[in-house]
Design a protein around this ligand. Structure first.
Ligand code: BF8
Ligand code: SF4
Length: 622
């Protein structure tokens, strides 16, 4: 009977096989817990509940029969806008705090052994953007850049540095609206202030602050995270890798890299080459040490090092169910507390590494920039110990083959593939071989059949000659469906197919993790600058078909603030306010050129995007 559920829950056989196995073993999964929660609270789903103070909690009746105001007098519009703002603050804070951790490491270059600068060119280039003399020593430039980036987090700056990458016209739009992002922390704190009872009670004013804080994420925290990751760990270049649960190897010690920041995962990758540890693993009866990624830190090491990818968000419980996951090491974000419970049923150790993210029942091995190498080895040794404790009767790998993919498309790599200039891409867009470019981003959500919407959207878009660039769990979804191979060009329309075949690239390009959505901002800014237009003039759009996270709300908001149409496949909790809904799905277009559209059906979403692209092309006269 559960077989049917498995087919309802995911489009992939690796996931389905594990859902069936875990269900037979009586293990509760994310889909079961969703069922238990249903029907979910209608007030909360509409954004109409508030617990911002102890006069509440309050809720507003959507049918106009019950209370229309909270105890303080806040109406539906204010409550919905405040709730959305707090979600943006959380999302922006998550990306940005991740970025700050990388800046901390950058500031220690030359003072700790564990880290070096792997892309000196990029260090110098970014340093020059910050007005730093890049002729000094690498250590000195790294230190000065770190200090300048710390300033971007502070409260003194009128404008964070990297917004200067956008066309002048875009800055003017933001200036007019009063949403040029200042310090990253400042914008987040200001949301928390403004959403306290009795501060900002103008919903539109609150929504503008949502855009401002989201821009501090996109052009601040996230962009800093991407740039510093490239500087420290290398700017991604195209490479081949494999993906799905079959990347776990029954005969080897398997370590799953889960979470977001490359600081920990990159160190584990390095340590996994250690001869002594490999010898230890062999002495324990394993053939070697095998790493596989999950979620965004998986994307980070996939992009840079070609480390195989086990899967995306909804795979995290299932991977433990193979019975062959010896350690799952995490840092922060998108790590379900449930994995500790699932791990208890197997021999798997869940290892936490950040003082910011401890999980009850997990093994905490704290990583600092000073102790990284040593701790990475400790984690591998723990995995070898756990390998010895495997329960053979619980091991069952899904009978599928790993899927091949091509990854590593940083903006720099795309430029290289194009021969050093954007011109060939622009020519293809101008003459219509490529109709437009769409960023497909965001999560898995158990409310959507896993990966179904991401894949359907990407297929429809490439078939219509739209180049898809993807990040995060959307990227993993597309890869599992074999859309990230050069051969997938045959699924594209004739125009896009020709371009991909000439360059030997897939029609769906992997730009990285969720903070790497900033690469999309960089690429679009460069294209707009080259054409002498604003970002909002370009035939481009964004989509987050299966989003669940507050980070996705921040991403959607900075895309909209940058002038993009953004399709959300899961309704955000704003339907309780006609005003907020109207502003975000309509009126904002007259302000920023972008807007949200909510459309769960990927076919319809693709239609909306394609019409938008054609409209933009017409206006550009191409
Ligand atoms: O930052 S796409 S489920 S893993 S939030 Fe999370 Fe969503 Fe995946 Fe990465 Ni992004
Ligand atoms: Fe209720 Fe107002 Fe307090 Fe919110 S802020 S809980 S609406 S009294």
């Amino acid at each position: 009977m559960y077989r049917n559920f498995a087919e309802e829950y995911s489009v992939h056989e690796d996931a389905r096989a594990m859902i069936r196995k875990l269900k037979n073993e009586g293990i509760q999964l994310v889909w079961d817990r969703l069922k238990e929660q249903e029907p979910q609270c209608g007030y909360c789903s509409l954004g109409l509940s508030c617990r911002n103070c102890a006069m509440g909690p309050c809720r507003v009746d959507p049918f106009g029969e019950g209370p229309q105001k909270g105890v303080c007098g806040a109406d539906a519009d204010v409550i919905v806008a405040r709730n959305l703002a707090r979600a943006v603050a959380s999302g922006a804070a998550s990306h940005s705090d991740h970025g700050r951790d990388l800046v901390e490491v950058l500031s220690r270059i030359g003072r700790v052994d564990a880290y070096t600068v792997r892309d000196v060119e990029k260090l110098k280039r970014v340093a020059r953007e910050y007005g730093i003399d890049a002729t000094k020593s690498v250590e000195e430039v790294a230190f000065q850049l770190s200090q300048a980036m710390f300033e971007d987090f502070g409260s003194k700056k009128e404008r964070i540095q990297l917004v200067n990458r956008v066309p002048k016209k875009r800055i003017e739009v933001w200036e007019k609206l009063g949403i040029v992002p200042r310090g990253i922390d400042r914008e987040v704190v200001e949301i928390m202030h403004r959403t306290h009872m009795g501060v900002d009670n103008d919903p539109v004013n609150l929504l503008l602050q949502c855009l401002r804080a989201s821009l501090a994420d996109g052009f601040g925290g996230s962009m800093i995270a991407t740039e510093v990751s490239d500087i420290l760990f290398g700017t991604p270049e195209p490479k081949k890798a494999t993906i799905n649960l079959a990347t776990l190897k029954e005969s080897e010690v398997n370590i799953l890299l889960h979470g977001h920041n490359p600081i920990v995962s990159d160190a584990i990758v390095d340590a996994s080459y250690d001869e002594e540890l490999i010898k230890l693993a062999k002495e324990a009866g394993a053939e070697g040490i095998n790493l596989a990624g999950l979620c965004c830190t998986g994307n980070e090491v996939l992009m840079r090092k070609g480390v195989p990818m086990a899967g995306n968000h909804l795979i995290q419980e299932l991977v433990i169910g193979t019975g062959a996951a010896d350690v799952i090491i995490v840092d922060y974000q998108c790590i379900m507390p449930a994995i500790v419970d699932v791990a208890k049923c197997y021999h798997t150790a869940v290892v936490t590494t950040s003082p910011k993210a401890k999980f009850r029942g997990a093994t905490h091995i704290e990583f600092t920039p000073e102790n990284t190498h040593e701790k990475a080895k400790e984690v591998i040794k723990l995995a070898i110990e756990r390998f010895k404790e495997r329960k053979p009767e619980l091991i069952k790998m899904p009978s599928v083959e790993p899927v091949e993919l091509m990854t590593g498309f940083s903006v720099e790599a795309i430029l290289n593939a194009l021969g050093g200039s954007l011109q060939p891409l622009l020519d293809a867009v101008k003459d219509g071989r490529i109709r437009g470019i769409v960023g497909s981003v965001g999560c898995n959500n158990p409310k959507v059949k896993q990966d179904s919407s991401h894949i359907a959207l990407a297929k429809k878009l490439i078939e219509s000659d739209v180049l898809v660039v993807d990040t995060g769990c959307a990227a993993v979804a597309d890869a599992k469906a074999s859309l990230k191979t050069p051969e997938a060009a045959k699924l594209a329309g004739d125009g896009l197919r020709g371009v991909c075949e000439a360059l030997s690239v897939p029609p769906v390009l992997h730009l990285g993790s969720c903070v790497d959505n900033s690469r999309i901002l960089v690429a679009l800014s460069a294209i707009a600058n080259e054409l002498g237009v604003d970002i909002s003039d370009l035939p481009v759009a964004g989509a987050a078909m299966e989003w669940y996270s507050e980070k996705a709300i921040a991403i959607g908001a900075y895309f909209v603030a940058s002038g993009l149409l953004v399709v959300l496949g899961v309704p955000p909790p704003i339907y309780g306010s006609k005003l907020v809904l109207d502003v975000l799905t309509d009126k904002v277009e007259s302000l920023t050129g972008g807007k949200f559209v909510v459309e769960p059906d990927p076919e319809k979403a693709a239609e909306i995007i394609l019409n938008h692209i054609e409209e933009k092309r017409k206006r550009l006269g191409i």
